[in-house]
Ligand binder design. Structure first.
Ligand SMILES: [Zn+2]
Length: 588
């Protein structure tokens, strides 16, 4: 394993132009150097070396990277061999040790293997002597051995390197565990440490039942109480519903899904036999989660903690479900209570009764608003309408919307006609308006690939731009898999601070993503006004992503139509309408 500072020193001390000039005749061309590419056959030089960014990139074959990457490719060397070759030129000493790959990225399968390995390790640890406290905690809370087994509960030892050491013995490199969000590079030093320590571990699965990430809960009162894996290539949080692979057959059977917030809320109701249950892993559902759910049922009951059952912002999130044509009901638990404590208090039958007696979301909101605002005053009426009319506007089913208008008019003692006029003034947001056949010509996306590279380049060049990307672009807006992978690697480091990001940027330049990174930096180099280019990129990327979604949906509609599946066709057209109107919340 080559220590990170050694790699950094080599990058800093060597000049890429000098090193490459030792292999190829370079010609100056403006601020760059040009050569005939050694990696593909060509007559006009399209191989460029950039001294400011210290990278090379071939506009012909796309190969690129930093000085280490060049030597690896030209000399056909592995990373540690390239380091050993370059170290004397840089006057840097490489400590002797067992060779191993550095922060070498790999594909989803290797990540999957890493998280699966960790899940097994945690699960076994729960039943070993070190796991006694965690076991006792679960037993105190009445969690049975069968539930522990079914939910693959585990324990992360209270140590800095249990997973790292076990992983290394099993041939899983620290860099891979880091990419899986399971270990973290040390601040200002070399090496890594385990992210999860002394925690009860809940594996989080994707809808196929493959472990994607983890949630960890402390056993005492220390903070943070819950710690979750960061988003990775295989852990796409906006799509995941905890427990869905277990619940799926039961959701179909009941034609109903109950949604709680976290995995701890899931545990006791699940154990009591409430099986049509998932956890959203957040207080509001994402559009992607809703799309996943509606494959199973259109009937949803949300069980909210007493503490946020009264939060309008949370309830507003449910409008998304309404506009998907889902029927939504809400169980608002008393303050201080959560699904876990409620299930213990009322038992299985009581919990089923809570679900059965849940209020329609509209009625629930109305009840809440009437407590907050006085419906007898004009101000009260205005406030209540301001909150509820947009909700009604979202309901695609006309008779149901009409019923809501009537109920609201009744509650506020105003004329229905006045409400309808007011309703018509609200801009349409994601409401399907009758049978309509979407048509969209297929064609090449508008230069989105370049926009994605440029955006990546801008962020690599100045990681302060990352915050903007994080808020304005979703990972799945990016069509180019290597660009997306590079962004995900930055995202994983972003929470660790600027130094970790800077390290990640350096590592990217000679990792498997080196070529894409070099191209991105090259694009960035040709851009003067970064802030404006950034706006432009984001707009183009989102436009292209939207277009892709529309085309995909159109294909689904055609498939459903030719299969003669009328209800499915109608549902898909509704979804298409929503995409057209841009109400998809993943656009942010
Ligand atoms: Zn080339």
């Amino acid at each position: 394993m080559i220590p990170e500072p050694v790699v950094r020193q080599i990058q800093d001390r060597l000049d890429i132009v000098e090193v490459i000039a030792g292999y190829l005749p370079l010609k100056r061309a403006g601020g760059h150097y040009k050569a005939v590419c050694p990696f593909h056959s060509e007559k006009t030089p399209s191989f460029m070396v950039n001294p400011t960014k210290q990278i090379f990139h071939c506009f012909g074959c796309g190969v690129g990277g930093d000085v280490i990457s060049f030597v690896m490719k030209y000399e056909h060397l592995e990373f540690p061999e390239a380091i050993r070759l370059l170290a004397p030129k840089a006057g840097v000493e490489v400590p002797q040790g067992r060779d191993g790959p550095g922060a070498k990225p790999s594909d989803g399968a290797a990540l999957q293997q890493a998280v699966e390995f960790a899940a097994g390790l945690f699960q076994r640890a729960l039943h070993q002597p070190a796991g006694a406290a965690a076991r006792a905690y679960l037993q105190r809370r009445g969690v049975t051995a069968a539930s522990m087994e079914a939910l693959r509960l585990g324990y992360a030892a209270d140590s800095w390197d249990t997973l790292l050491t076990a992983g290394q013995a099993a041939g899983i490199a620290p860099a891979m565990l880091a990419r899986a969000g399971l270990c973290v590079p040390r601040d200002g030093a070399t090496g890594w440490y385990d992210r999860f320590r002394g925690r009860l571990m809940f594996p989080v699965w994707d809808h196929k039942g493959k472990v994607a990430g983890f949630g960890g809960r402390v056993l005492d009162e220390s903070q943070p109480k819950y710690l979750n894996s960061p988003e990775t290539e295989i852990y796409l949080k906006s799509r995941i519903l905890y427990g869905l692979h277990l619940a799926a057959p039961h959701i179909r059977e009941h034609d109903l899904v109950a949604i709680v917030e976290g995995y701890v809320d899931f545990l006791i109701p699940y154990q009591m036999g409430i099986r049509h249950l998932v956890a959203s892993m957040g207080t509001s559902l994402t559009a992607d989660q809703v799309h996943v759910l509606r494959r199973y049922t259109k009937r949803v009951v949300i069980v909210y903690d007493g503490d946020y059952a009264g939060e309008l912002a949370t309830l507003r999130g449910l409008d998304l479900l309404l506009s998907e044509g889902m029927s939504v009901r809400v169980v608002g638990l008393p303050p201080g209570e959560d699904p876990d404590s409620a299930a213990r208090r009322v038992g299985a039958d009581g919990f089923r009764r809570l679900l059965a007696e849940a209020d329609d979301v509209f009625a629930y909101k109305l009840k809440l608003l009437r407590r907050r605002h006085d419906p007898a005053t004009v101000e009260g009426k205005v406030a209540i309408c301001g909150e509820l009319l947009p909700t009604i506007k979202r309901v695609p089913n006309a008779p149901q919307a009409s019923e809501y208008v009537r109920a609201l008019a009744d509650a506020l003692k105003i004329r229905e006609e006045d409400l309808r006029i007011e309703l018509s003034r609200i801009p349409v947001k994601g409401v399907g308006d009758g049978p309509w056949r979407p048509r969209l010509a297929a064609g090449p996306p508008p230069a989105a690939a370049t926009a994605e590279h440029l955006l990546l380049g801008i962020v690599l060049d100045d990681p302060r731009y990352w915050a903007r990307v994080q808020t304005d672009v979703a990972a799945d807006d990016l069509a180019d898999a290597p660009v997306r992978a590079a962004f995900l690697q930055l995202a994983a480091q972003a929470e660790r601070g600027p130094e970790a990001v800077a390290q990640a940027v350096q590592a990217l330049k000679h990792g498997e993503l080196a070529s894409v990174v070099a191209r991105a930096l090259m694009e960035c180099e040709r851009t003067d006004d970064k802030a404006r280019a950034m706006d432009d990129c984001i707009r183009r990327i989102r436009g292209a992503a939207r277009r892709r979604k529309l085309l995909a949906k159109q294909a689904e509609i055609q498939a459903a139509e030719s299969a003669g599946d009328e209800p499915q066709t109608t549902a898909l057209i509704g979804e298409y309408n929503q995409l057209v109107k841009g109400s998809d919340s993943s656009w942010r």
